[in-house]
Design a protein around this ligand. Sequence first.
Ligand code: X6L
Ligand code: MG
Ligand code: MG
Length: 164
Amino acid sequence: MTGAYLALGSNLGDRLAHLQFAVDALAATDHVRVTAVSRVYETAPVGGPPQDAYLNAVVALETGLTPDALLALALRIEADAHRVRAERWSPRTLDVDILLYDDLQSADPVLTLPHPRMWERGFVLAPLRDVAPELLEAGRTWEGVHETAVTLTIPWRNDSAPSP
Ligand code: X6L
Ligand code: MG
Ligand code: MG
């Protein structure tokens, strides 16, 4: 089993429902165990055309899936949430990005690991800090990222240990 971290984002429709949908879909997948979910953050949009604020979160997994299989799963979950691929960086119902897969480094443009721009994005780092504070350098700050009062739940699973 390998540790991986996924970033979730939504700024269309019922944003919170889309994030929870992703957690539920991940947890329901064979060879995937959701070990932790971050708090949910409301974040100012970065890049692309003017668009509404996002909700962002990060999920920690243990998985027996290969990186390619995990990417295929992420894309399928986005499609199942009715993601429409319009112009680059446009609003979306659900974005599921692989941030880290074990300590794998890959320059493959289809799946670059670690996620090439994750360390500059507060909307990634704030939730990542919730589940893996050891990965972040101390004292980093970011703007436009606000913790919300809502939380995601990890669905009960037969084969899952309690989350930390
Ligand atoms: C210069 C040029 C600086 C481009 C930054 C950063 C572009 C991030 C795109 C950039 C640049 C992105 C989310 C988002 C997007 C999200 C929030 C992107 C791709 N996804 N904003 N913008 N949350 N808050 O999940 O990340 S589009
Ligand atoms: Mg993204
Ligand atoms: Mg993406």
